[in-house]
Design a protein around this ligand. Structure first.
Ligand SMILES: Nc1ncnc2c1ncn2[C@@H]1O[C@H](COP(=O)(O)OP(=O)(O)OP(=O)(O)O)[C@@H](O)[C@H]1O
Ligand SMILES: [Mg+2]
Length: 338
C-alpha cells in the first residue's frame, strides 16, 4: 500500500469514530429528553445545559425536583400521586352569614357576654365537681313551652359559645324531627341524620356527623321526616344513642335542639332521658301559665335552667340591637319566672 493509500485509510477510520461519538451524544440527549417529558418538566428551561453523563443526570434529578416536606410525611401505602389532603368541613356555618349568630368578631359584644352567662352554669352542671356521669349531665336539651320562642337560634349561639371554650367540644343534634329548624337554618335538610340512625339505615352514628368550619363543633342533622317520630325518639335505639353520646367523649356537650313541650309529645320523651334542660321563654310574649305548665312537665328533672329570650332593649340592661337574653338558673324562685 502506498503512503497516499495508507493516509486515505486512516482518514476513513477517524471519520467513522467521530460518527460513533456523535451518535452516542444524540442517544444521551434523547434519553435526557425522556426524563424531562416523563417526570421533570422543570428541566424544560435548562435543556441547553443537560449533562451527557448519567451520573450528572442523576445529580440533576435530585437537585431540580426537591422533595416536599409533605412527601416525606406520606402515610404508609400512600403514593406520591395521591397526596394527603386535609378533610374539608362538610358545613361552613360562618359562610351562611346567619343574622344574629356569634362570630369571631362578636366575642366582645354584649350578645357574647350574655351567652357566657348562660353557658357557665350549664358547663358547671355538666363537668363541675357535683356532676354524676351516670346522669348524662353533658346532654343538654333546649326546649320551650310553645313554638317560635327562639330554641334554634339560642341553641346555635350557645353551641358556638361553648365551642369557643379551650377544652370543650360541642355536638348539635337537630332533635326536632317534625319541624327540623336547625337543619333548615344550616342548610343541611337534605342530609341523612338522626332518623336514619333511629331507623337502622345507618348503624354508625359517626358517619352522620357533619364537620363544620368551627373546629370543635359538629352537627347531626334531623334526617328525612318520619311519621312516627315520637316512637323513634322513645325507642331503645335512642336510649343507646344517648348512652353513646354521653359517654364517648368526656369533654363534649351534646346540645339537642328540641320541639316545644306543650305542643308535641316528642319533647317530653326526650326530657325524660336527658341530663340538663334549658327552657327558652320569649320575653313579653309567652303567658306565665304556659311557662308553669311547661315546668310541670319537667318535674322529674333536677337540672332545669330558664333562658329569657328576646328581651326588649333596656330590659336587663341589654344594649345589643332590639333583642337580648336574660337567664335564670333553676326554677324554684319567683324571680326566675315571668
Ligand atoms: N334573641 C333573638 N334575637 C333576635 N332574633 C331572634 C332571637 N331569638 C329568636 N329570634 C328569631 O325568632 C325567630 C324564631 O326563632 P327560632 O326559630 O329559633 O324559634 P324556635 O323556638 O326554634 O321555633 P320552632 O318552635 O318553630 O322550632 C327566628 O326568626 C329567629 O331568628
Ligand atoms: Mg326550632
Amino acid at each position: 500500500m502506498s503512503i497516499i493509500e495508507k493516509a486515505v485509510d486512516k482518514l476513513r477510520s477517524d471519520d467513522s469514530s467521530i460518527k460513533k461519538k456523535d451518535q452516542q451524544q444524540v442517544e444521551i440527549s434523547n434519553d435526557s429528553q425522556c426524563i424531562k417529558m416523563g417526570e421533570h418538566a422543570a428541566y424544560q428551561e435548562s435543556q441547553d445545559t443537560l449533562p451527557s453523563s448519567s451520573v450528572e443526570k442523576a445529580e440533576l434529578q435530585q437537585s431540580e425536583v426537591p422533595l416536599q416536606p409533605s412527601a416525606l410525611n406520606q402515610p404508609e401505602g400512600r403514593t406520591k400521586a395521591e397526596p394527603e389532603v386535609p378533610r374539608e368541613p362538610d358545613l361552613e356555618i360562618m359562610a351562611l352569614q346567619i343574622q344574629g349568630v356569634l362570630t369571631a368578631d362578636s366575642q366582645r359584644t354584649r350578645h357574647a357576654e350574655e351567652m357566657r352567662m348562660i353557658k357557665r352554669p350549664i358547663l358547671q352542671n355538666a363537668f363541675g365537681k357535683k356532676h354524676k356521669p351516670s346522669e348524662y349531665s353533658n346532654l343538654l336539651m333546649v326546649t320551650s313551652a310553645i313554638a317560635g320562642e327562639g330554641k334554634t337560634f339560642t341553641s346555635l349561639n350557645l353551641a358556638l359559645s361553648i365551642a369557643a371554650e379551650m377544652d370543650r367540644t360541642v355536638l348539635i343534634v337537630d332533635a326536632d324531627l317534625a319541624k327540623p329548624g336547625m337543619s333548615r337554618l344550616l342548610k343541611v335538610s337534605d342530609k341523612p341524620g338522626l332518623t336514619n340512625y333511629l331507623r337502622d339505615e345507618q348503624k354508625d352514628i359517626g358517619k352522620l356527623l357533619l364537620r363544620t368550619d368551627i373546629p370543635k363543633l359538629t352537627v347531626l342533622p334531623a334526617g328525612p321526616r318520619h311519621a312516627h317520630s315520637t316512637e323513634l325518639l322513645a325507642s331503645n335505639h335512642m336510649k343507646q344513642l344517648f348512652h353513646e353520646l354521653a359517654t364517648r367523649y368526656s369533654d363534649r356537650i351534646v346540645l339537642f335542639d328540641s320541639p316545644p313541650l306543650l305542643v308535641t309529645s316528642e319533647a317530653c320523651v326526650l326530657a325524660s332521658l336527658i341530663g340538663q334542660i334549658a327552657l327558652v321563654v320569649e320575653s313579653g310574649k309567652t303567658p306565665q301559665h304556659l311557662v308553669k305548665d311547661a315546668l310541670a312537665q319537667l318535674s322529674s328533672t333536677d337540672n332545669v335552667s330558664l333562658i329569657l329570650n328576646k328581651c326588649k332593649k333596656g330590659f336587663l340592661s341589654t344594649q345589643m340591637g332590639s333583642y337580648g337574653y336574660g337567664y335564670g338558673y333553676g326554677y324554684g324562685s319567683e324571680s326566675d319566672q315571668q
